[in-house]
Design a protein around this ligand. Structure first.
Ligand code: ATP
Length: 208
């Protein structure tokens, strides 16, 4: 009896279920992610972490400098986003090689983060969930979507960009139609923030 008791005490808690949270430009995925945190669930922001990791990891620094040159980091040793963007902008091959350096590092960082979580659900926010097939590593995928014109208008207001500029980014992304086909859960974000929050609550607490 005593032995059973101590075994039970040592048992690892079950690993949390990972929900991949995604959406195209201006869909509202970051807004939804913030609501999710308000409802008490942890969110891993892949893009933010990628931006941090390139400065935190010495190993990445070395690999990126080898690929793109010393100028990839400024005189203070910080990642020079502008320089790197200029290098890879019209060079698909270089961009892929850069991604092959950064994406595995983000994956490991995410796995470490998951190990520290104690909630039964955790969310991974990433714009490229389906494109990088990261949905295969998730328990479920959650897509935030809205009509194109609404998304464009929101990004124009947020980033002070022209209609054409936002549309150009949108056209390069996977179509909403394809994403809707692949998603397990969908939040339609065509109205106001209040309704978005209500819908978020409904959807996340319905995940079994
Ligand atoms: P990106 O991929 O471009 O970073 P995103 O999917 O993370 O975009 P958000 O930044 O969450 O989108 O939302 C885009 C903008 O639209 C933000 O300024 C946000 O405050 C606003 N927004 C999102 N949803 C709504 C809504 N339902 N009503 C009003 N404004 C909204």
């Amino acid at each position: 009896m005593e032995e059973l008791h101590s075994e039970a005490q040592q048992a690892e808690p079950p690993a949390p279920k990972i929900i991949g949270l995604t959406g195209g430009i201006g869909s509202g995925k970051t807004t939804v992610a913030h609501f999710i945190e308000e409802f008490g669930f942890p969110v891993y922001y892949s893009d933010d972490r990628a931006k941090a990791i390139v400065n935190e990891s010495e190993d990445l620094k070395i690999k990126i400098k080898e690929l793109l040159g010393e100028e990839s980091y400024d005189k203070n040793g910080l990642y020079d986003r502008k320089f790197v963007a200029g290098k890879v902008f019209s060079n698909q091959d270089l961009l892929e090689q850069l991604n092959e350096i950064i994406h595995p590092a983000v994956r490991i960082d995410f796995e470490d983060w998951v190990k520290k979580q104690t909630k039964y659900l955790v969310f991974k926010e990433t714009a490229l969930l389906f494109e990088l097939k990261l949905n295969r590593q998730c328990y479920k995928s959650l897509l935030v979507t809205a009509e194109d014109n609404i998304r464009i208008k929101r990004v124009m207001d947020r980033d002070n960009k022209t209609y054409r500029e936002v549309q150009a980014v949108m056209e390069k992304q996977m179509s909403e139609k394809d994403k809707i086909k692949m998603a397990d859960c969908i939040i339609y974000n065509n109205t106001n923030l209040e309704e978005l929050k209500e819908e978020t609550e409904k959807v996340i607490f319905a995940i079994e």
